[in-house]
Structure formats: C-alpha cells, structure tokens
Ligand binder design. Sequence first.
Ligand SMILES: NC(=O)c1ccc[n+]([C@@H]2O[C@H](COP(=O)([O-])OP(=O)(O)OC[C@H]3O[C@@H](n4cnc5c(N)ncnc54)[C@H](OP(=O)(O)O)[C@@H]3O)[C@@H](O)[C@H]2O)c1
Length: 298
Amino acid sequence: MNPPQRILLTGRNGQLGTECGLIIPAECEVIAVDFPEFDLADADVLAKTVRDVQPDMLLHTAAWTAVDKAEEHEAEAFAINATATEVLASCMAALGGRMVYVSTDYVFSGEGDVPWREDDAVAPLNAYGRTKLAGEQAMAAHLGDRGHVVRTSWLYGRCGANFVRTMLNLMSSGRALKVVEDQVGSPTWAGGLAHALFALARASDAPPILHFTDEGIVSWFDFAVAIRDCGLDNGLALEDSSVNACSGSEYPTPAARPSWSPMHFSNAWDDLGISPSNWKQALHEALPLLLQEDAKTA
Ligand SMILES: NC(=O)c1ccc[n+]([C@@H]2O[C@H](COP(=O)([O-])OP(=O)(O)OC[C@H]3O[C@@H](n4cnc5c(N)ncnc54)[C@H](OP(=O)(O)O)[C@@H]3O)[C@@H](O)[C@H]2O)c1
C-alpha cells in the first residue's frame, strides 16, 4: 500500500483552510498551520516548517485578504502574498514537491463581457490583486509544472467574515440595504473548492492555472437577494429587511473592484472528477452550516 500523501496546509483557520480541514481524504495526511506559530512574514519559519514537515504537496490557502487595507499597506501585503509564496515555492522546489497557490479573479482588469480564461491577459486594478498576481508568478518561476494556481472569486465558508454572513447580520437588524448591481461575478462555496483542491493535490498531471467558481453569473445585488431568500427559508426573521440595488459609484471603497469577474470553469477539473455546482444550490446547502457555526459562538 502507498504511504499517505503528506500535505502541508497553510491558513488552517481561514475560510478555505477550515473547509479543507473538515474533508481530509483518507489517503492524505495533512499538517495544518496558521498564524501566529506560522507567520508568512518570517522566511526562517517558512523554511523550517517545510523542512520539518517534508510535504509532498503544499496547499497554500493563507494570504493577506484585507483588500481595502492593502491599498495603504501594499508592501506588507506584498510580503505576505508574494514574498512568502516565493520562499515557500523555492523550499518546495528544493524538496521536489508540488504546490497549489489559491489566487483571485482580482488579477483581471474587470473590463470584459465573457468569462475570463486561464491565459487571458492579467491587469489587476488594486494592490491586493497586484500582490496576488506576484505570488502566482513567483510560484511559477520556482516550480514550473509542479506548481498550480487556482483562481477563485467571491469565496464564502462557514467560518469567518464573508459577504453571506455580513448580509445576514445586516438584514437581521431590519435595515434597508443598498447593494451594488453593476459588479458581477460568481460566488464560490469554500467547501466545494476544498474538494477540488484535494482532487488537484492527488492528480499526477494538471495545468499551471485553473479557474474554480460556482456556476452562474450574478451581481452582488442578486447574491444579496438570494441570501435573504435563503435566510427566510431557514427560518431567519428577515421579513423587515429590504434589499435595493445601487451602483458601485454610490458605494466607494478604497480599493477599486472589477465590474466583470466571471471566470471560465477550467476544463481540467473534468479530468479530476470535479464538476461545477450551481451557485444558488451551493448557497442553500452552505447557509445552514454558517448558521450552525454562528449558533456555536452565540
Ligand atoms: N475571500 C475571497 O472572497 C477570496 C476570493 C478570491 C480568492 N481568495 C483567495 O483564497 C484564499 C483563501 O481565502 P480565505 O477567504 O479563506 O481567506 P481568510 O479567511 O482571510 O484566511 C486567510 C488565512 O491566512 C492567514 N494569514 C493571514 N496572514 C498571515 C500571516 N502573516 N501568516 C500566516 N497566516 C496568515 C489567516 O490567519 P489569521 O486569521 O490569523 O490572520 C487566515 O487563516 C486566499 O489565498 C485568498 O487570497 C479569496
């Protein structure tokens, strides 16, 4: 019998890292790490961790994800998203291992009308996008075909801060909400992405860049309406809340957001036995899990 594949998972307590930790396949042994004992800003700690764990595969989900804060702190975000990725990739190259780096739709300009393909030109609009793109490039430079970028968008998991939880909290206060209608993309349930990442980790052959989102193209406004409907279906008292559409210009943020984010679901997933989930169906399955998590911490 083959020994289990040894996987080092970063971002253990993040949205995606949590979902990965909940579905570890029997044939994988996962060593999961997170801040503060594993600090992406400390190159020595990164090198020591890889040396100690000797992973076959590094699933790198940890990142600086504070998109607006990155505008004023780009150097710090770069250190976490790009420099640390470079260090990790060079350590994995030295071991002869493989690596998966989770990236974002924010590497694209947002000016488009068909879903982004893996080889479309990148042109990030904001600092976070620039630092994530630099991370993609650093990994590719060190690992070549042993490194895989998985770009996703509008991610939400059962834990942590995300759009679904924020909307539910605001809606339960009975407020009238304004939600942006002229930015469109595809929500992604982190549990589905976690399954895809383990399938990729076990694959013997996969392309350097893959796109993974749930299926469907919606605006933030559409997503918010669906969250409200789903919350009502789950017995939440959201009857007094209302959701109204507004334009992005009515809701300015420090970091510019792309208007057009949908990405083509990579054909390569088919070979790995992974198919896309409908975004609304995924939301209906995920929302009770978010609510269970909230009940635990209430
Ligand atoms: N969220 C989205 O909508 C979205 C969209 C597209 C792509 N992505 C990408 O998907 C991946 C997963 O995102 P997510 O939403 O799961 O992120 P998340 O919930 O913000 O989790 C990020 C994780 O990284 C850890 N981290 C941050 N700074 C660190 C540091 N200096 N050293 C070590 N660990 C550190 C965090 O630890 P602490 O909690 O202790 O800080 C947390 O566990 C990321 O690569 C992100 O760029 C996310």
